[in-house]
Design a protein around this ligand. Structure first.
Ligand SMILES: NC(=O)c1ccc[n+]([C@@H]2O[C@H](COP(=O)([O-])OP(=O)(O)OC[C@H]3O[C@@H](n4cnc5c(N)ncnc54)[C@H](O)[C@@H]3O)[C@@H](O)[C@H]2O)c1
Length: 78
């Protein structure tokens, strides 16, 4: 598998945080960008371990914000 950059939205929630842990553990040749608005359902503790991984980046943003999402995707070449 070639190197991949993966965008996960809602990654501080229940499903997203487990998905991020799974991706980082299973695939060494990926990086993960997590975009989460951090609403009531988010728990940053869920990704505390991932945050120590150099392959992980977090952005607090709303995925309905087109400009911000486009900038994040361009910056990380997702
Ligand atoms: N312990 C448990 O078993 C447990 C705990 C929580 C949830 N659940 C279940 O998991 C399912 C839901 O999980 P989920 O991960 O889909 O939802 P979630 O509600 O757990 O997380 C959603 C995440 O998306 C983020 N988000 C919401 N709107 C956003 C936006 N516009 N832009 C960016 N980020 C945004 C939130 O901040 C949150 O971190 C449900 O079935 C629920 O019952 C189970």
């Amino acid at each position: 598998m070639n190197y991949k950059r993966v965008l996960v939205t809602g990654g501080c929630g229940f499903i997203g945080s487990h998905f991020i842990k799974y991706l980082l553990k299973k695939y060494k040749n990926i990086s993960v960008v997590n975009v989460d608005i951090l609403n009531y359902a988010a728990n940053p503790e869920n990704v505390r371990e991932a945050a120590r991984d150099k392959r992980y980046r977090f952005y607090k943003a709303d995925i309905s914000d087109y400009g911000t999402m486009a900038a994040i995707m361009k910056k990380h070449r997702i």
